[in-house]
Ligand binder design. Sequence first.
Ligand code: OGA
Ligand code: MN
Length: 317
Amino acid sequence: MAPAISTLVVAPIDATLGARVTGVDLANLDDAAFAAIYKEFLEYGVLIFPDQNLSDEAQAQFALRFGEIERVSPQQKGATMQVSNQKPDGTVLGEDEFRYKVLRGNEGWHTDSTYMPLASKVAMLAALVVPPEGGETAFADMRAGWAALDESTRQQLEGLSAYHSYYYSQAQAGFKLKTDNAYGLHDKGAPLRPIVKVHPETGRKSLYTGRHAYGIPGLSAEASEQLLQDSLTHACQAPRTYTHQWAVGDVVVWDNRCVMHRACPYDTRQARVLRGSRIAGDHASELAPTFADEHAEAFEPSESNVTKVMTEMDAKA
Ligand code: OGA
Ligand code: MN
């Protein structure tokens, strides 16, 4: 058999980011094939692998090649988790359920885990069940987004930082939530992150804000919200966006350090089941200092994303 690398076909999407990659079986990758994929990943920011139909274990092995796994719920044991509105009994989540609010919140542009001390660097999703209409995932190139801002906005933003909070973003989405120390709704404080991110591997600058970002120090809450909102809206426009329409078996991987994403609406009475893996950021580039979050009920600063509920559940197991 010829090495997988010789058949890799990379077809750029008609946008500033994204490529479709075929001619490779992600369940049977050797180091050389992964190195070739990783090079394209840094270039395109989003890679789409149609028709992979990975098993849970194969996805785990692929995800682990990108780095350490970030555990996003106390229930998560391995390298994968469900991004799904379907419950174990086959019914779909109701509007009052916490997970429903998580999924609806995902419909705002964001980069993953910026509200945790250590933000994520890479994430992937695989499609298991797709609704008949809608439910796409959209991606926005924040390198091109940064470049597309006018000179005066860039000058205004350069050197500024913003706090990131899941309490804040969920409240903006209409869901006021209390501290539970499971994940996201923690007492570790709100990370303060520079608005312009320099990619640790490519050195390219991007706009690094999204729906979790608020409260730029030195600006009023209103001025801050306006600036964050306006710059994000301007950045997330064609030709800097790609909306992926899922087919069962697709795998999509993106670079959280320079790409934002959001889920698109669908009829939530229909099942939508994706299998995700989130890869932890690197301490040198994705760890941020945290400060008391006025939305949280307590403040116990920490550099670890591991939550109290995770530790408690692990102790019981
Ligand atoms: C996520 C996410 C988007 C989607 O899992 O982090 O934002 O389309 N998902 O489900
Ligand atoms: Mn996400």
